[in-house]
Design a protein around this ligand. Structure first.
Ligand code: ADP
Ligand code: ASP
Ligand code: MG
Length: 422
């Protein structure tokens, strides 16, 4: 008997029919003798619908009072789907009980809309499991010190599931979704993308942080920190497939690097359209300038990703960086109000029509020339590179958004990812 956590995403919970299927699958696992905890997302579209209603009433605001209510609102999506799943399981003849995050409780800090889990109490859940019940815990949410409901950021049910698995020391956490595993790149963009049988934790962490939305990055961080055995697999296989076959399907996130006999140099390609570029042209080329610009941005609570500063000419230089698109307008206002007045004749330029494309692979550590192959591939497609950043296991470039799909497809081919054997 093992303790297993299942997580089902929005599409997997998308209709009463699909919820019934989830219930049948979970019942199959419980009847095979496992203790089962299930973490569902809201039904697909529900979180967007709820947040859309809020926007109809008032434009998005940064205020704590407003964000608190967004969390009150958005968390109801998971409360509904969890209760529906418990009802469906009961209809399958399984004893089942659902809990909202605050009832467990899953304790978080108070950063509304992007709260971090601090601790999870397991007493209640263990009592129910020992009484033979299937326990359902809402994804995406928790409760802060003063009983406010919080949410964990979009896609946060992955993180809830992995954190619950870590707290319960579960034998495995299975993330059921609408694709049958982690692919070499998003299969919706590159139909030739191939499923990876295994992907190592570090690569998964990079892919998630660079835009592959198949797992929320914090869920991967938790899995790494607590060594939670984690697998991504499809909820769209027939619910009654052989349980041993199902248990081996999908993609396993591994913690050892040498599980793949022949490690590909590049394992995957990630991309995102969430960033915007800001350039300050003609800043004085002297000590303290980067601090003056980025210090002000950081004081505005705006995260910066890529940064470029060139050697100056005639005592002036240009300084560029990227921020999340949601922070773009605020960053420009802040620079104009607080930084530009101290920078002489410098001016601010912005571009929201950019994207970041990245190649990821631990094999890059031991191979040279990978980045230059990336640059050559893009140049052969006539794609101009605006910014570059590298680490041991990834190279990212910023390019014009309109070339994103072309770049991803060309790189996928150039690094032979369509030849990967799943
Ligand atoms: P869920 O609702 O189950 O959480 P998500 O939409 O959050 O599902 O994540 C699954 C989606 O992630 C897939 O439908 C796919 O389009 C996308 N995706 C992006 N990159 C990848 C990748 N490398 N491998 C698999 N899926 C990916
Ligand atoms: N329902 C939330 C969202 O849409 C959380 C999740 O699905 O993981 O972002
Ligand atoms: Mg998701």
């Amino acid at each position: 008997m093992a303790l297993i956590v299942h997580k089902y995403g929005g599409t997997s919970m998308g209709s009463p029919e699909r919820i019934k299927n989830v219930a049948k699958r979970v019942a199959k696992w419980a009847r095979a003798g496992h203790q089962m905890v299930v973490v569902p997302s809201a039904m697909s579209g529900e979180t967007n619908r709820l947040l859309g209603l809020a926007k109809e009433l008032a434009p998005a605001k940064e205020s704590n009072a407003y964000m608190r209510e967004l969390d009150m609102l958005a968390s109801t999506g998971e409360q509904a789907s969890s209760a529906l799943l418990a009802i469906a399981l009961q209809a399958e003849g399984m004893e089942s009980i659902s809990y909202a995050g605050w009832q467990v409780p899953i304790r978080t800090n108070s950063a509304f809309t992007k709260a971090r889990i601090e601790s999870i109490e397991d007493d209640k859940v263990r009592t129910d499991l020992n009484a033979g019940k299937v326990v359902i815990i809402t994804g995406f949410q928790g409760v802060d010190e003063v009983s406010n409901i919080t949410t964990l950021g979009r896609g946060g049910s992955d993180t809830s599931a992995v954190a619950v698995a870590a707290a319960l020391k579960a034998d495995e956490c299975l993330i059921y979704t609408d694709v049958d595993g982690v692919y070499t790149t998003d299969p919706r963009v590159v139909p030739e993308a191939k499923r990876l049988k295994t992907v190592c934790f570090e690569e998964m962490l990079e892919m998630a942080s660079l835009g592959s939305k198949v797992l929320q990055i914090r869920s991967v961080e938790f899995a790494g920190k607590y060594k939670v055995p984690l697998r991504v697999l499809s909820s769209f296989t027939p619910w009654d497939i052989d349980i041993n076959e199902e248990a081996k399907s999908g993609t396993l996130i591994t913690f050892e690097e040498d599980t793949q006999m022949e490690q590909a140099v590049v394992s995957g390609i990630a991309f995102n359209r969430d960033e915007a570029k800001i350039s300050i042209i003609g800043v004085p080329d002297k000590p303290g300038i980067a601090y003056q610009i980025l210090g002000a941005v950081a004081d505005g609570n705006i995260e910066v990703d890529m940064i470029i500063q060139n050697i100056g000419k005639d005592g002036r230089t240009d300084f560029s960086f990227t921020v999340h698109r949601n922070d773009y307008a605020r960053a420009i206002d802040l620079l104009n109000a607080k930084v530009l007045p101290n920078l002489g004749s410098a001016e601010v330029l912005g571009d929201t029509k950019i994207c970041k494309v990245s190649i990821v692979g631990i094999g890059m550590r031991s191979h040279v020339g990978i980045a230059s192959k990336m640059f050559r591939t893009l140049s052969e497609e006539g794609i101009n590179i605006q910014m570059i950043s590298t680490s041991e296991i990834k190279t990212s470039v910023v390019i014009d958004e309109k070339y994103m799909e072309l770049a991803v497809r060309a790189l996928h081919k150039a690094f032979d990812l369509d030849q990967v054997q799943a």
